[in-house]
Design a protein around this ligand. Structure first.
Ligand code: PMV
Length: 327
């Protein structure tokens, strides 16, 4: 039996624009997915994800792939979750030259699903690490990141950047621009997350931005402007200038809103954080629903979010400097 875990992440800057070659800066947080893998004698897979939960957000399905999952989240989300596992196992079979490997896989996670905190990347990265090690092969973290990226590409019909998977494999703050992925220095950030209990459909949201970009030149300009914000944000991050980071996050959120990927509950949470005195706040990830990220060293933003209609959960998230690791 082999166990690995990998962190989720928030985007400080650059989601969506990163799909079109602009830079993005995601940052790993101390919320992890843990995957336990055991080799089987046959080539079958058994996936057990009985406890993918975060307050009020639970999916349950039993062992056996032909069993209908007993769930209180959408079936498409479940299909996506098992899709990531299947694609990860394909990568493992290829990397270890074991085309007939079969596994019993247990997934546990304290990252809400599909909510912009990189749950799928964390599960994919941890699954690839655990399953390859279970077969006696230890891959370097950049190969795990690359294979996890390819698994995500397959599940997301070719619409994925390297940002989530690289960040989860490496930990800390990272900068991703096209195929160029690197770790960057980051100060301790006072990150607060607000979660509306929902999830966005990444594929649909990415496709929506693509259509806008094709239709309107100013939408293409908006995507480029997000790239400019990211470059300025990197400088603020290097200087540890939290106020400037906050201002730029506010700007970034405004442009994401203009591209149609925010939602009423995300906007409500962003405004609640700003009104409470956060340096800045923005949605994180694909949008449509899910999480916002704010910067506030005081308790004010968390308190305000707790009383914000539509906010189901709020928590402080420490930067996680460790990426994928053996448990
Ligand atoms: O919502 P998440 O955590 O899957 O992030 C999606 C980020 C996008 O930039 C919209 C897509 C991508 O693959 O980079």
């Amino acid at each position: 039996m082999t166990v690995s875990s990998a962190p989720g992440k928030v985007y400080l800057f650059g989601e969506h624009a990163v799909v079109y070659g602009e830079p993005a800066v995601p940052c790993a947080i101390e919320r992890r997915a843990t995957v336990t893998v055991e080799s089987r004698d046959d080539d079958r897979l058994r996936v057990d994800a009985e406890d993918l939960s975060l307050d009020g957000f639970t999916i349950e399905y039993g062992r056996g792939t032909d069993e209908t999952p007993d769930v209180d989240v959408s079936e498409s989300l479940i299909r996506a979750a098992t899709g990531y596992i299947d694609a990860s196992v394909e990568q493992v079979r290829e990397a270890t030259d074991s085309p007939n490997a079969g596994f019993d896989i247990t997934v546990e996670s304290d990252i809400p699903l599909g909510a912009g905190l990189g749950s799928s990347a964390a599960v994919t990265v941890a699954a690839i690490d655990a399953a390859t090690r279970e077969l006696g092969v230890s891959l370097p973290s950049d190969e795990i990141a690359d294979r996890a990226y390819r698994a995500e590409l397959e599940v997301q019909d070719g619409e994925a950047s390297r940002a989530d998977t690289f960040c989860s494999a490496t930990g800390g703050a990272v900068r991703v621009e096209g195929d160029d992925c690197r770790a960057i220095e980051a100060p301790d950030l006072p990150i607060v997350v607000g979660f509306d209990g929902g999830a966005g459909d990444t594929g649909k949201l990415v496709a929506g931005v693509r259509t806008l970009r094709e239709e309107y030149e100013f939408a293409a300009d908006t995507v480029e402007s997000i790239g400019d914000i990211v470059r300025q944000g990197e400088r603020a991050l290097a200087e540890g200038d939290i106020d400037e980071l906050g201002k730029l996050m506010n700007f970034n959120h405004g442009l994401l809103e203009a591209l149609g990927v925010s939602s009423r509950s995300l906007d409500n949470m962003v405004w609640a954080a700003r009104d409470a005195g956060a340096s800045g706040a923005k949605l994180t990830g694909a949008g449509g629903g899910g999480c916002i990220v704010a910067l506030d060293p005081s308790d004010e933003t968390e308190t305000a979010l707790r009383f914000t209609p539509g906010c189901e959960d709020t928590f402080r998230a420490e930067l996680d400097t460790e990426g994928v690791r053996e448990e």
